[in-house]
Design a protein around this ligand. Structure first.
Ligand code: CA
Length: 230
């Protein structure tokens, strides 16, 4: 999950960024409305946390512009005032939800989870299964043959990305885009490092290997028929 935070107050921005990163989100931070629109033109985001009070272009205008461009990414608006007007205007401009400052990180995370669920729709399951490997996106619990597997946040994010597209080859770029922000995106072997860790935790103790390397292309998770191809 890639999140763009748009907030000009460095303390709040850093606080939210750190909190989301700890949960395994890939996070970029923009400080102005203009910067946000620039980011949105070039990078695929899953969610936007958008402050209303911003220099240059305010959050309401950013949201409006976004919707006019036909971008339907869910937007969670932040407002400093507990003002009904701001909320109504925010929702009118196409925001999906709002949060009044100050807020607890826990509350923000809950809203983002709800938003991503709502956008994914009921068809997108929260329980992913590949062979005897199971992942629950609500509890973030991973088990193989019923045994719990302890994963770091980014390991979990890479695994979820693979399991959502089980049977399909995912290139390193596809995985990186879903899991990392631009800061680490260009370190080309970072995906390989995480795949190695995942293999150790998920496959090493089992005869049937689930994570397959597709040479020259990327990785695929699959319960059977996973021969390496040149
Ligand atoms: Ca602000």
């Amino acid at each position: 999950m890639r999140v763009l935070i748009v907030e000009d107050e460095p303390n709040i921005s850093a606080y939210v960024k750190r909190g989301l990163q700890e949960q395994g989100y890939a996070v970029d931070a923009a400080r102005t409305g203009r910067e946000a629109l620039d980011w949105l033109a070039v990078a695929p985001y899953d969610l936007i946390v958008l402050d209303i009070l911003l220099p240059e272009i305010n959050g309401l205008e950013v949201c409006k512009e976004l919707r006019q461009r036909g971008i339907s990414i869910p937007v969670l608006m932040l407002t400093a005032r507990d003002s009904i007007d701001d909320r109504v205007i925010g929702l009118d401009t196409g925001a999906d939800d709002y949060l009044t400052k100050p807020f607890a990180l826990k509350e923000l995370l809950a809203r983002l989870r709800a938003l991503s669920r709502r956008i994914d729709g009921p068809a997108k399951t929260t329980k992913l299964q590949v062979g005897d490997l199971a992942l629950d996106t609500l509890t973030r619990r991973v088990t193989r043959a019923g045994q719990p597997i302890d994963l770091a946040a980014k390991e979990y994010a890479v695994l979820e990305c693979l399991m959502r597209e089980a049977g399909r080859v995912m290139t390193r770029t596809m995985i990186a885009e879903h899991v990392w922000s631009y800061e680490v995106y260009n370190q080309s072997n970072v995906v390989d490092v995480y795949i190695r860790n995942l293999r150790r935790k998920i496959d090493d103790a089992h005869d049937v290997k689930l994570i397959h390397t597709i040479r020259g292309m990327g990785y695929r998770i699959e319960a059977g028929g996973g021969d390496e191809t040149a």
